[in-house]
Design a protein around this ligand. Structure first.
Ligand SMILES: NC(=O)c1ccc[n+]([C@@H]2O[C@H](COP(=O)([O-])OP(=O)(O)OC[C@H]3O[C@@H](n4cnc5c(N)ncnc54)[C@H](O)[C@@H]3O)[C@@H](O)[C@H]2O)c1
Length: 389
């Protein structure tokens, strides 16, 4: 038996598009799901642009005020794809109205907001999730499986980078449509909330809680014209951030993110080194997970001969995470599929009564690390994150 799930999307930008695609495709590739998402309503402030997007993607209706959407009885799920400063109000109102809430990352502008949002969804008892979609890259899910199986043994090191280059030019304005990420009042922070939040979510999923951090940030371009006012204004975001981390399991972490790495577009990587092996992932080569085996898990035998080396696993076989849903071995999937996988897991979690991760509570832990990183960058001291997973 299938049932319709009426979806209202807030925002029609980058993520509005990625999520709309996921709602349209999920039932075709995950037909075992009971829920059949229906694109019921698109909400954004500009009626003309919202109308055009709604027509392209097949939304039934358009609302320019998200509050009206939440009041509607014919909406089951609110999907928040608007800039970070709007997440708090929309999520709390949606939860109070008894809607399911799916929210883009970072969950909030800061920990206080994330706590209020988590309390709201938990008090209302509504299904909730945060779109940390990189967990759903098949190769990253395979890395999680490798960790669950204990294949790298005692973990010693975790190393993450998330590098881009799109804000190097000093005449890139800040604020307003498409450039709100450079405006601290709307984004909350720069690369820490935007990029490192992804790296932190992945790291804690794979390697457990980050307990303390010490960080340094830099704002290379100090003033930019604000798109809305047309005036030169100070830049309040971190253009670059690097931090050291200690994990609860005793391993050490390094994290680096910038939007000033010339030539890097979405260079999201991690490597983990343990006593018995290592894994490495690079989003610019996303079909592969690199694995180095020193101790064979099954036999306990040391792998040390003339052919010892890194193994490059092409993650496209049906025994790999999610890949039995797609094509024949060797045929790849891409960025948009990570959102389809996240949505499928969310729906399956609700149907089985096993809430999906990451939910709001899990994203709150990532927010705690982000806030601790920014606090440390100000004080120069190690800061406890207070994370418990
Ligand atoms: N999971 C990911 O990898 C990923 C990638 C990009 C963005 N994001 C997150 O998704 C969210 C949106 O980012 P984006 O890149 O899609 O932004 P965007 O600028 O492309 O689109 C934002 C949309 O929100 C609308 N909007 C702005 N304020 C609004 C309001 N008050 N009410 C209703 N609509 C409003 C805009 O008109 C626009 O349609 C952010 O929280 C961002 O951090 C996540």
């Amino acid at each position: 038996m299938t049932k319709e799930l009426n979806v209202a999307m807030i925002g029609y930008g980058f993520m509005g598009k990625a999520h709309s695609n996921a709602y349209k495709q999920v039932a075709n590739f995950f037909p075992e799901l009971e829920h059949r998402p229906k694109l019921k309503c698109l909400s954004a402030r500009n009626a003309e642009k919202a109308g055009a997007f709604a027509e392209t993607w097949g939304y039934e209706s358009v609302e320019t005020d998200w509050r009206k959407v939440i009041e509607r009885d014919d909406i089951d799920l609110i999907d928040i794809c608007s800039p970070n400063d709007s997440h708090l109000e929309i999520a709390i109102a949606a939860a109070k109205a008894g809607k399911w809430v799916a929210c883009e990352k970072p969950l909030a502008m800061n920990v206080a907001e994330a706590e209020a949002m988590t309390a709201a969804v938990e008090e209302a008892g509504v299904p909730n999730m945060v779109w940390f979609n990189y967990r759903r890259v098949p190769a990253i899910s395979l890395a999680h499986q490798v960790m669950e199986e204990g294949r790298i043994g005692r973990p010693y090191h975790y190393r993450a980078t998330y590098l881009q280059d799109w804000t190097i030019a000093e005449d890139v304005p800040q604020g307003g449509a498409a450039l709100w990420r450079l405006d601290a009042d709307v984004a909350g922070s720069g690369v820490t909330g935007d990029l490192l939040a992804h790296s932190i979510d992945t790291a804690m999923w794979l390697n457990g809680p980050i307990t303390r951090v010490v960080a340094d940030t830099e704002t290379f371009v100090k003033e930019r014209i604000h798109q809305d006012s047309g005036e030169m204004q100070p830049v309040g975001i971190d253009d670059a951030c690097m931090f050291l981390a200690r994990f609860a399991n005793g391993s050490m972490g390094t994290f680096e993110s910038t939007r000033y790495a010339r030539g890097r577009k979405n260079f999201n990587t991690f490597e983990m080194n343990g006593a018995d092996g290592s894994v490495k992932f690079d989003l610019e080569d996303p079909q592969y997970l690199d694995f180095f085996e020193y101790t064979q898990k099954e036999s306990g035998k040391k792998v040390a001969d003339h052919l010892t080396g890194w193994r490059k696993v092409h993650v496209t076989n049906s025994e790999h995470p999610y890949m039995d849903k797609w094509w024949v071995p060797g045929c790849t999937v891409g960025y948009e599929h990570t959102f389809i996988h996240a949505l499928a897991d969310f729906l399956a979690g609700v149907e089985k009564g096993e809430p999906v991760q990451p939910d709001f509570r899990s994203a709150l832990q990532t927010q705690r690390v982000c806030d601790a990183v920014l606090a440390s960058a100000k004080s120069g001291a190690w800061v406890e994150t207070g994370v418990s997973l």
